[in-house]
Design a protein around this ligand. Structure first.
Ligand SMILES: Nc1nc2c(ncn2[C@@H]2O[C@H](COP(=O)(O)OP(=O)(O)OP(=O)(O)O)[C@@H](O)[C@H]2O)c(=O)[nH]1
Ligand SMILES: [Mg+2]
Length: 367
């Protein structure tokens, strides 16, 4: 009886007397948690949580449940593949570019506005060295306009002259000649001092494959002499074009697109395959499209959901391969037996992404 009274006084009650050794440990843990919860602040007062704070916490929990936070697209997944494309003609092109650099006054590097970092060839940067250079951010019509502004600012803040370009409509083309004159201002001054007026400016156009180098040259020189096609590896040799703008003659050297022997970061190779800079034959199109769907699932655009008649929940909850099957069926792409034709659907998903039918998407942002 005395023992019982003592136990009650301690606050652990009769129940405590019946506990086994193991559950005593559990009770100690419970006590510690209780003590922590009621911990005093330095002034010795118990820290009490205000009802408003509790309310806010509950509201936040409700919001996060409702929001369905996007699943992060990760560097690697079971759908990732090793991507590499560096055929022999690219090695020859690199040599030719290096040899022809002495013929030009400046270099215009064309990059893809959807992947402004991944589409910069690190080897070209090394080769060009200190030659005056401008960057032409092409295919802006396919990229997210807000992201393009951020990238333009990114280059500007690094002292690099960058022009936002859309060779489909010609937007931005008008700034090219003045940008070239800007980066060559010292040279132009020196020429003027020597009496060398009316000298033409020579600019080499470089960049990765399929980024729009030849299309840009055709647009600005108002010709269709440079061969263009929607596949990488079209231009096979260096070729000169001439244009006159504002009384200045500019000679442009078109060059074949070059990649580099190994993508250190496989995500770079993947992005270049998404945007069509890497030949489709060297990738597994279905796997590539699954990776693209993994990306789209984590950041679904309105256009993506609408085009494939998907709900946000559907896009989020289905695995990429299930999503591809659903898309194939919704588009009536079936093989005999009524199964989804995922091969055809994969090509269609990539094509629609490349044509910005799934939205104007920029795959990378400045840090
Ligand atoms: N939407 C869009 N498409 C473009 C733009 N510029 C070029 N293209 C398209 O991109 C594709 C490739 O263009 P090309 O000019 O052949 O590219 P390239 O850089 O010369 O390619 P290679 O010679 O293979 O290195 C073509 O289908 C063009 O019509 C642009 O600003 N917007
Ligand atoms: Mg070309």
């Amino acid at each position: 009886m005395k023992k019982q009274a003592a136990a009650v006084k301690e606050g652990s009650g009769v129940k405590n007397m019946k506990q086994t050794k193991g559950s005593k440990k559990a009770i100690r843990g419970k006590r510690e948690r209780y003590a922590q919860k009621n911990a005093s602040d330095r002034s010795g007062r118990r820290q009490e949580r205000k009802p408003s704070a509790i309310k806010a916490q509950h509201a936040e929990a409700r919001r996060s449940r409702r929001e369905k936070r996007p699943v992060e697209y990760t560097q690697q997944s079971e759908n990732s593949q090793y991507i590499q494309w560096f055929p022999g003609h690219m090695t020859r092109t690199k040599r030719k570019i290096q040899a022809d650099l002495k013929l030009v006054d400046a270099v215009a590097e064309i990059i893809d506005a959807r992947v402004p970092l991944s589409s910069r060839n690190p080897d070209l940067t090394g080769m060009i060295g200190s030659k005056p250079r401008i960057i032409l951010m092409n295919k802006c019509d396919l990229a997210d306009p807000r992201a393009t502004k951020q990238w333009a600012e990114y280059f500007r803040s690094r002292g690099i002259r960058a022009i936002e370009l859309d060779c489909k409509t010609g937007a931005g083309i008008g700034s090219f000649t003045s940008a070239v004159r800007d980066v060559l201002s010292d040279k132009l001054e020196a020429w003027r001092a020597k009496g060398m007026v009316n000298r033409s400016l020579r600019v080499m156009i470089v960049g990765i494959p399929n980024v729009g180098k030849s299309t840009f040259i055709n647009r600005i020189s108002k010709t269709s002499k440079a061969k263009t096609e929607d596949r990488p590896g079209v231009t096979r040799g260096n070729q000169w074009f001439t244009l006159t703008s504002g009384g200045v003659t500019v000679e442009l050297l078109d060059t074949p697109g070059v990649l580099w022997p190994r993508f250190d970061d496989q995500i770079v190779g993947e992005r270049l395959a998404f945007t069509g800079a890497v030949k489709d034959d060297v990738t597994d199109t279905e796997q590539l499209s699954l990776r693209l769907l993994e990306y789209m699932k984590s950041r679904p655009t309105k256009a993506f959901l609408e085009r494939f008649s998907l709900s946000g929940e559907e896009a989020e909850s289905l695995a990429a391969h299930e999503l591809l099957e659903v898309i194939a069926k919704k588009r009536g792409m079936l093989v005999s037996g009524g199964e989804a034709d995922t091969e055809r659907a994969a090509v269609m998903v990539l094509d629609e992404f490349r044509a910005a039918k799934l939205g104007r998407i920029t795959l990378e942002l400045p840090e």
